[in-house]
Write a protein that binds this ligand. Structure first.
Ligand code: SF4
Ligand code: SF4
Length: 336
């Protein structure tokens, strides 16, 4: 049976909460399919599991073979390395160093473990970092050259939190030795989950194409131009995979994507909920569109925008009639 160790460093517990929302498959079924068990997980280890430090020591020494080390949260490398909430005799950064040598594969779940995330925001006085990156700089706790005995760098599964499919899919693929170096992108994220944009599949795409934008939350239009949506700059499949019972995503719920899977999250995407502009042009443009093209295309798109879309973009409810427009081509319809 494969063995896994899931440890929490400096984190809010969001990845564990997200993992518990897994539905296709449920966590226990995924474990059975992968023939795996947790030697330790803060919520899911066996009731009679030995104390955490005893398990860490057995894994680090090789007495207990370790297939997968999963780390949730940023590691504190500052002068006191105080994370672990004083429950451990040694800083977790020291344990992680040793366990990464012993484990066949290492996974960083969530943006904090991957890149530092909210923990490295600002001046980062506690010296936080991700396991193998600090923001977009390779290095982190383990160093740029680190490779586990299975031949991979730390596999990053960022998100704030990460989608349960991203975590379970990655874990199951690693336990089956099915992930190869070429399956990872330059930030060590599995391409399977991070080669799309959060923008793809958003129901507001038609509004986006015609630059028909919401001006307030709860309106139907695209959230990019005025309300800070970064879906066109964010590597994830959130609008195709969907969350929480396969029903939602941030933009579907009326909330702008804040690019939480990116190495620069959160600093690089502030201010949230507004779109900084120069001369009326957003300063952060879609990843794959040159600025000159964007300016030309968006001007033409606005001119070509059907009145139905212009009207519905600023209406609050699907099918609700927004104020009449003299150029209107007919009644607002629920498909807008
Ligand atoms: S709301 Fe965001 S994700 Fe949706 S279409 Fe607009 S830019 Fe794309
Ligand atoms: S839509 Fe954007 S902010 Fe929301 S979970 Fe996905 S990547 Fe993160």
């Amino acid at each position: 049976m494969r063995t896994m160790l899931w440890v929490q460093a400096a984190c809010c517990g969001g990845e564990t909460t997200s993992l518990l929302n897994a539905d296709q498959p449920l966590v226990d079924r995924a474990l059975r399919l992968a023939d795996a068990r947790f030697l330790w997980h803060p919520y899911l280890q066996a009731a009679d599991a030995p104390p955490l430090e005893e398990t860490l020591a057995r894994c680090a020494s090789g007495a207990e073979p370790l297939d997968l080390l999963v780390v949730e949260g940023a590691v504190c490398r500052g002068p006191w390395a105080s994370q672990g909430h004083r429950t451990l005799q040694r800083p977790l950064s020291e344990w992680a160093d040793e366990l990464a040598v012993a484990a066949r594969y290492v996974v960083a779940v969530g943006t904090c473990a991957s890149f530092g995330g909210v923990m490295v925001h600002g001046r980062n006085r506690p010296g936080m970092s991700g396991l193998q990156f600090t923001r977009d700089r390779p290095g982190g706790l383990l160093g740029e050259q680190y490779r586990s005995s299975g031949g991979l760098p730390v596999v990053n599964v960022p998100g704030c939190p990460a989608h349960p499919d991203w975590m379970i899919g990655t874990i199951v693929a690693l336990l089956a030795d099915r992930l190869r170096p070429e399956d990872l992108d330059r930030f060590h994220r599995p391409r399977l989950f991070y080669s799309r944009l959060a923008h793809h599949g958003c129901p507001r795409n038609e509004y986006y194409e015609f630059k028909s934008s919401a001006e307030q939350y709860s309106q139907q239009g695209c959230l990019f131009e005025n309300l800070g949506c970064r879906g066109t700059q964010c590597d994830s499949d959130c609008n195709e995979r969907l969350w929480l019972g396969r029903t939602g995503s941030c933009p579907r719920g009326g909330f702008p994507c804040v690019s939480c899977t990116s190495p620069g999250f959160p600093d690089r995407f502030e201010p949230f909920f507004e779109t900084p502009k120069v001369g009326g042009i957003p300063t952060s443009l879609p990843l794959d569109v040159p600025k000159a093209w964007y300016v030309g295309i968006s001007g033409l798109s606005k001119l070509a925008c059907p009145p139905r879309l212009r009207r519905n973009a600023v209406s609050f409810t699907r099918g609700e009639s927004a104020p009449e427009d003299p150029d209107d081509d007919g009644p607002a319809n629920a498909d807008g």
